[in-house]
Unconditional design. Structure first.
Length: 295
């Protein structure tokens, strides 16, 4: 019988060890994301042998993260089927990639229906491109950065725990300016960001801060997600400072990404503004994801 519980920071050590076995690149396979978004998605975490499990949603409408870890994949999928059946529903799996979709189909031929989850596709970029911003397509980004360099008295620093209160204040001001409480997706994100900042040290994330005349005008938070990829969880800037967004992106990437091939900047949650912003950096590829529903 499988057991699921509220996600706590104390779960990070064992969860990270199991996630490492699969070495998945998708944003859902990062403990920080599971933890900071649990309230929005009503998520509970579980462990079975060397598999990390996640169940989201409410009773009779549960969805399960495709399990990460090592061991008998058929056994754990069958146990998830039993858990789902206990709640009067057929198993619904989320966040399958092309590779795990093929794996599941191989284990249970013709048993699942697969549906693309386009709003959850991750934007994945070449680290070198994000650091250098080289090439004609990224000339507009370089132009914005040059403007920032030439027009502001700026500085960059690592986001260390002693700056949490200051960043939190920045975040509240950013939310007020963008009227985030009036937009559902921004409100969700605001809750996740607040939780991330409140548990910054326990989560072990890294970050960067951009200042103009000693005032924070942008910050970002990310971490290593697998053997070749960095993931960026948060990136905020005051848009009145032209070039602040590409500047914080470039400065952070130049410090955290060397030695890693890719940077995952997560999905666009179906938001048109986010989609355009992420497309403007020309991803190396989109990490496609699928839902799988048992027939």
């Amino acid at each position: 019988m499988l057991e699921f519980k509220v996600i706590e920071t104390d779960d990070k050590a064992w969860a990270d060890s199991l996630l490492k076995f699969s070495d998945f690149r998708g944003a859902e396979y990062c403990f920080t994301n599971l933890f900071i978004w649990d309230g929005i998605y009503k998520s509970k975490i579980g462990r079975y042998k060397d598999f990390l499990l996640l169940r989201t949603g409410e009773e009779n409408d549960y969805h399960y993260l495709y399990p990460a870890g090592r061991g008998d994949k058929r056994e754990i999928i069958e146990l998830l089927m039993e858990d789902s059946q206990k709640w009067g529903q057929k198993l619904s799996l989320i966040s399958l990639t092309n590779e795990t979709r093929a794996e599941l189909e191989g284990l249970f031929p013709g048993k699942f229906e697969f549906t693309p989850a386009e709003n959850s596709f991750d934007y994945v970029y070449e680290s070198e491109k994000m650091i250098t911003l080289s090439g004609k397509k990224l000339q507009p980004k370089r132009n914005h950065i040059n403007y920032f360099l030439n027009n502001y008295n700026w500085s960059y620093e690592d986001f260390t725990p002693d700056k949490i209160d200051e960043v939190t204040s920045f975040n509240l001001e950013w939310c007020k300016i963008t009227d985030c409480r009036q937009h559902e997706t921004l409100m969700w994100e605001s809750c996740a960001v607040e939780k991330c900042l409140s548990h910054f040290q326990e989560l072990g994330v890294k970050g960067g801060i951009l200042r103009v005349d000693d005032k924070i005008v942008a910050y970002t938070v990310g971490e290593v997600i697998n053997s070749d990829t960095i993931i960026v969880h948060i990136e905020k800037a005051f848009s009145e400072y032209r070039g602040a967004y590409p500047m914080i992106n470039k400065e952070f990437a130049s410090r955290i990404a060397p030695g890693y091939k890719f940077i995952n900047r997560e999905d666009d949650i179906g938001d048109e503004g986010l989609r355009k912003a992420k497309e403007s950096y020309y991803p190396a590829f989109m990490l496609e994801k699928f839902h799988a529903k048992l027939f």
